[in-house]
Write a protein that binds this ligand. Structure first.
Ligand code: GLY
Length: 660
């Protein structure tokens, strides 16, 4: 297998290193803007240095090495149609053609497409072609706006009110500057929240999603200083980020899928490559900041060291349109990536600074990769990727931009961050980096910020043995951010309980916790409940909801979730306590009562006897059967569960969102 990589930065070093650890031992070649020694050490031949946006040069490079596959790293070649030229010459390419790549290369194309595909997820925006229209758009948006140059501007085309633009005059002057070179400017509402990136492999039909990552664009600690290409980033072991709720990731995944479909519908060309969604997690869930048509840099440096599936397998599936038959497995570990940059970066990074970095750090095997002896990637390893660095007279020197990146992986963010820092300390290079990326202090600030704007969403775990119909409304309201709650996990004691399908439909992680041991005997209740508590704690659940969970919970469980576990019962307790489902409705009818209802109560060791939080009633009519009554009560239960979550939250959290 011969693979040509286009691009020669740290992202492409990470791609080369990941491809190099494939079982297929590919022959790697590179067409780049400079001779990156990290990439070159992995290639069969010296890097071909040239204009990577030149379609003729790209086809020549692919022919020269008889490439079986070409992988394009940066956006610039996508913008000039390098993929089109290569594909037309018969080379399979990971990286979209020029037209679908406009999702990144034209801000107005992107916004117009998103407006059709997912209008609810984008800010108010205006595409303007002259100064008068620009002034009108700024007038409409008030003080919270972003001005975006329409085409590619190497990350420097976006200017944000308050950060880069400090008055209407400055904003108009920037619009004038952009309009002098291009026909359009996009002016849009400034989004408030926390940014994150969600990248997906796609063949234009299916998507395989990667863990969420947070990048840090500002040059200096505490998010101060000028914008950069990205000073570092982190990802967490659960595929989410500490300040996100589970549904943020699910919504972002779904948006990427809808956008892939939307691009295909609009351009009639399947998007083959990596789709990078840039999101802002805000009050009402994630909104789309931007789309990129490639791997993020530094995001790739977090994700690729964690990728367990052979990247060649994924690439092959992308180019052959068979991604639905493939998987992308990532080690469930955290990662922290930090870029080291020369003095003066980003304005004028020093060039030619000598780096005393032993070759084994960036060329295989030691500088190579995170593959353990078991053949799997494993946490606790550190990878080093060279970016803007080159060899001059046999010495490694800076080239002015981001020089190299160190990625630590670990069981959690703390160990990953420490791993990265200890390598950086050991290297003692004359470079600077942001020490705060991935640290507890910075992450706590992100969490506090999200809590302040989202009023601290409650993390809910659901236990159920049957369909879980009554929890559907809660799931939907949480998913659309109508209530500050997030369903983090569903657990069942029945292997094929339909509630598992409900969870899968809403991308909620689910667990079947078997009540029997391997030899078929029933687990003692305490032991079962210990496992239950362990799973709920793993998901950092604040509140447990039992919806038709056919088990009596032990004292140990009740202690562990004291005043934090609720059950919904299909009668007006204390009447008809102890009964389940249809039996309760049959008993209500047999009793001749003309009113029934449902109760949400705290779980205590005594069955159906805990303090009542919400009760709701309805009429029993003479023609009712247990089935008709069940349907009526279930509607009540759905509303009662939402109300119970709201009341529980009000009792447990202050107005500012802090736990009482
Ligand atoms: N992480 C920002 C980018 O790759 O564009």
């Amino acid at each position: 297998m011969t693979i040509l990589i286009v691009g020669s930065g740290a992202r492409e070093h990470a791609l080369a290193a990941t491809l190099a650890r494939s079982d297929e031992s590919p022959s790697l070649y590179c067409l780049g803007t400079h001779r990156n020694p990290g990439i070159e050490a992995l290639c069969a031949e010296p890097i071909t240095v040239g204009d990577i946006t030149d379609t003729v040069a790209a086809v020549r490079a692919a022919r020269d090495c008889t490439a079986d596959l070409v992988c394009i790293g940066p956006e610039a070649p996508l913008a000039t149609g390098v993929t089109d030229a290569l594909e037309d010459a018969g080379f399979p390419v990971v990286g979209p053609r020029q037209e679908p790549a406009r999702i990144e290369t034209s801000k107005s194309f992107c916004r117009d497409l998103l407006h059709r595909v997912c209008p609810e997820a984008i800010p108010t925006y205006f595409t303007v072609t002259n100064e008068k229209e620009a002034a009108a758009a700024l007038e409409r948006l008030g003080d919270a706006y972003v001005v975006k140059a329409d085409g590619l501007a190497g990350g420097k085309g976006v200017k944000v009110a308050g950060d880069h633009l400090h008055s209407r005059e400055e904003a108009l002057a920037y619009c004038r500057e952009v309009l002098a070179d291009s026909s359009r400017v996009v002016i849009e509402e400034k989004l408030i929240g926390q940014e994150f990136s969600l990248l997906s492999f796609t063949d234009g039909y299916s998507c395989l999603h990667m863990p969420a990552v947070q990048d840090h664009k500002r040059a200096y600690a505490d998010d101060r200083g000028p914008n950069t290409g990205g000073m570092g980033s982190y990802s967490d072991s659960d595929g989410s980020l500490p300040f996100l709720g589970r549904q943020d990731v699910a919504v972002a995944q779904r948006l990427n899928e809808r956008v892939v479909r939307g691009i295909r519908d609009q351009t009639s060309v399947p998007y083959r490559g990596i789709l990078y969604g840039g999101f802002m997690a805000g009050v009402r869930g994630p909104a789309i900041v931007e789309y990129n048509a490639r791997f993020g840099d530094p995001e790739a440096l977090n994700l690729l060291p964690l990728l367990e599936t052979d990247l060649i397998e994924i690439f092959r599936a992308i180019v052959s349109g068979t991604l639905d038959r493939t998987e992308a497995r990532f080690t469930p570990a955290a990662s922290v990536c930090k870029y080291l940059v020369p003095p003066g970066y980003p304005e004028c990074g020093e060039k030619g600074l000598v780096l005393d970095l032993p070759e084994e750090w960036y060329s295989p095997p030691a500088g190579g990769h995170t593959r353990g002896t078991d053949g799997e990637t494993s946490p606790g390893k550190t990878s080093l990727f060279l970016g803007s660095a080159a060899l001059r007279d046999g010495r490694l020197v800076t080239e002015g931009s981001r020089t190299l990146a160190v990625t630590g992986t670990g069981e959690n963010l703390e160990t990953a961050e420490r791993g990265a820092e200890s390598v950086i300390d050991a290297l003692r290079l004359p470079l600077t980096h942001r020490r705060d990326i991935g640290t507890r202090a910075l992450i706590d600030k992100r969490i506090a910020h999200m809590r302040s704007i989202r009023s601290n969403p409650l993390r809910v775990g659901v236990l159920g043995s049957t369909r879980g119909t009554s929890v559907q409304r809660l799931i939907e309201e949480a998913e659309t951010f109508q209530i500050p709650a997030s369903i983090e996990v569903v657990i069942t004691d029945r292997e094929h309980a339909p509630i598992l399908e409900r969870a899968a439909r809403h991308r909620i992680p689910s667990h079947f916790l078997d009540p029997r041991t391997a030899d078929g005997t029933r687990k003692p209740r305490e032991r079962y409940d210990r496992d239950l508590v362990e799973i709920l704690n793993r998901y950092r659940v604040d509140l447990v909801l039992c919806v038709g969970f056919m088990r009596i919970l032990s004292e140990m469980f009740c202690d562990a979730f004291h005043e934090r576990a609720l059950n919904v019962h299909p009668s007006l307790l204390p009447e008809f306590a102890g009964g389940t489902d249809m039996d309760v409705h049959a008993a209500v009818i047999a009793s001749g009562r003309d009113v029934t209802g449902c109760t949400v109560h705290y779980i205590t060791p005594e069955v159906d006897a805990g303090p009542i939080l919400v009760q709701s009633s309805c009429a029993v009519t003479p023609v009712d059967t247990p089935e008709t009554l069940k349907a009526r009560v279930q509607t009540l239960e759905a509303a009662a569960l939402v109300e119970a979550v709201e009341r529980f939250r009000a009792l447990s959290f202050s107005d500012e969102g802090a736990r009482k």
